[in-house]
Structure formats: structure tokens, C-alpha cells
Design a protein around this ligand. Structure first.
Ligand code: PAF
Length: 281
């Protein structure tokens, strides 16, 4: 697998493939790759002739008190992992390559609604940072199809909405969450957890599953069932930020909805974990 660090090199390689009539899939990441990321590459191979991935820890999507500085940067390991699943090209730019005019007065993509609810409420500016960098990456790579993990449910919705609003000719594909054997959703942030926290972390998926079962069993008193889930998380040592049932568009669920998403964000010590469960009746 080839690794390039500049937009010029990236464009040269992608245009060569395009001239040969090949279809391009793209899986953007922030690196520190796990099995969930590798599934994006495998999914890309099913949909296109070439798969491009990127590793870029995007400063724009981290708040001032968040973990930008300590976010794990493991490029040599990432290269090996991508190579093992036959990724064709890795784009690993420096911050200056992505934001050559600096970040002051940067042109940004902003999504008024999605950037203020749920994750957006607790991480102001986060989704504008995500949408902006993904839009830049889309312009650099110009893929036919791009793959994103469903673990970041709200992020996937943000990207779908951006692509639709800006008329970007890119198909967006969601890839199901990859879980550890005890249910914990794979995440680069899991490695921040100490051994005891790691054991307690299983309560996140257990709580989501319990709520999912209650909904499948006919309960629609979402506030009550989420209240029980919150108690369960508190008892396990979490500091929850939200645990809510929404419809698939992330609006409050209505009487006629037959699909729901249970979404959670909670701190365990200093580590913030998110997860979700889609419940289709
Ligand atoms: O999901 C991620 O890893 C990031 O938010 C993304 C989409 C690569 C943008 O930086």
C-alpha cells in the first residue's frame, strides 16, 4: 500500500485510476485503527475498484478541553493494518496540508440543527469541525462512495445531510458497529480505560440492549425506560450525559414510528464513550 502526505500526490494517484475507468471508495479515519475501521475498507472493496483511506487527527472537531493532544497517533501500525486488508492508498496529511491558510477565518460547513442536539449539545462545534474536514477530504479524494461507521450515528446523519444539501455526487454507506465479545463498541478511546473501567464499560451496551428489548416488548414510556438505564449506568460508576430514544432522523419519537435509535454518551473516569442501538420493529 502506498502512503502519500500531500494533496498533489493523492490527486495524481486518484486521477490515474480514474483515467483507467476505476471506481473509488473512501474511508476517512483519525487513525489508531481497529477491526471496525478495517470493516470500512472491506466494505469499500465490495463497492469499488480502489479503496483510499485517510488518517488525520482533525483539530477542528475537538473542543478546548478535549483529548486532541493525547489522541493516539499510531501511523506505522495503521499502515500495517491497512496493508493487511489491501487498502490501495493511504492519505496521511499534516495539519498545514489540510488547512494551508491556517484555521483562523476558515471557510466552514455548518449544520444548524444537528450540531446542537445530543452530541452537538455536549460538544459545541464538533460537527461543524467534522463536516468541514469531511467536505475538504471529499474534495481532495473525489470518491464515488464513502464509508462511515454506524457507531457515530449522528455523525453519519450529519454527513448524509451535508452531501445532500451541497449536492455532492458521493454515495454514503453506513457500516454496522464492530463490538468486542462482551458488547463494548470498538473505539480508539477504549484504550484510555483502566482494567476496572474496562469491565464496567460493558454496562453501556447492556443498558442499550435492555432498552431495546423494552421497546420491542411494546413499551413506549421512553423517559421511564431511559431513566432506569441512567440509574444502571450511574450504579456502574458512569457520569452519563444523555441516554435517549429518538426516531431514525433523531427527532423525538412519535406514535407512528416503527424504528427507533437509543443513543448514549457517558464518562467513565476521564474517558467519554458513546454508543447507540437501532431498534426496528
Ligand atoms: O469518525 C471519525 O474518525 C472522524 O470524525 C472523521 C469522519 C474521520 C472526520 O475527522
Amino acid at each position: 500500500m502506498k502512503t502519500v502526505h500531500t494533496v498533489a500526490e493523492l490527486r495524481a494517484q486518484v486521477s490515474e485510476w480514474r483515467r483507467a475507468g476505476q471506481r473509488i471508495a473512501f474511508a476517512p479515519t483519525m487513525g489508531n485503527l481497529h477491526a471496525g475501521h478495517l470493516k470500512l475498507i472491506a466494505g469499500g472493496h465490495k463497492l469499488a475498484d480502489r479503496v483510499v483511506s485517510s488518517v488525520f487527527v482533525n483539530p477542528l472537531q475537538f473542543g478546548p478541553t478535549e483529548d486532541f493532544g493525547r489522541y493516539p497517533r499510531t501511523l506505522p501500525d495503521d499502515q500495517q493494518r491497512l496493508d493487511s486488508v489491501n487498502c490501495d492508498l493511504l492519505f496521511a496529511p499534516a495539519v498545514e496540508e489540510m488547512y494551508p491558510n491556517g484555521r483562523d477565518h476558515l471557510c466552514k460547513v455548518t449544520l444548524p440543527h444537528y450540531s446542537t442536539i445530543l452530541e452537538g449539545h455536549f460538544r459545541p462545534g464538533h460537527f461543524d469541525g467534522v463536516a468541514t474536514v469531511v467536505n475538504i477530504l471529499f474534495n481532495q479524494v473525489q470518491p464515488d462512495v464513502a464509508l462511515f461507521g454506524e457507531k457515530d450515528y449522528q455523525q453519519l446523519l450529519v454527513i448524509r445531510r451535508m452531501v445532500s444539501d451541497l449536492h455532492l455526487p458521493i454515495e454514503i454507506v453506513g457500516v454496522p458497529t464492530e463490538r468486542e465479545s462482551d458488547g463494548l463498541a470498538m473505539s480508539s478511546r477504549n484504550q484510555y480505560l483502566g482494567p476496572e473501567e474496562r469491565r464496567a464499560a460493558t454496562e453501556i451496551y447492556a443498558s442499550l440492549s435492555e432498552i431495546g428489548d423494552a421497546i420491542r416488548g411494546g413499551r413506549r414510556d421512553f423517559t421511564e425506560i431511559c431513566g432506569l438505564g441512567l440509574q444502571r449506568l450511574l450504579a456502574a460508576g458512569f457520569q452519563p450525559q444523555y441516554l435517549e430514544v429518538r426516531n431514525p432522523r433523531l427527532d423525538p419519537p412519535g406514535a407512528r414510528d416503527d424504528a427507533f435509535v437509543v443513543l448514549v454518551a457517558a464518562f467513565l473516569g476521564k474517558t467519554r464513550l458513546i454508543d447507540n442501538l437501532v431498534v426496528k420493529l
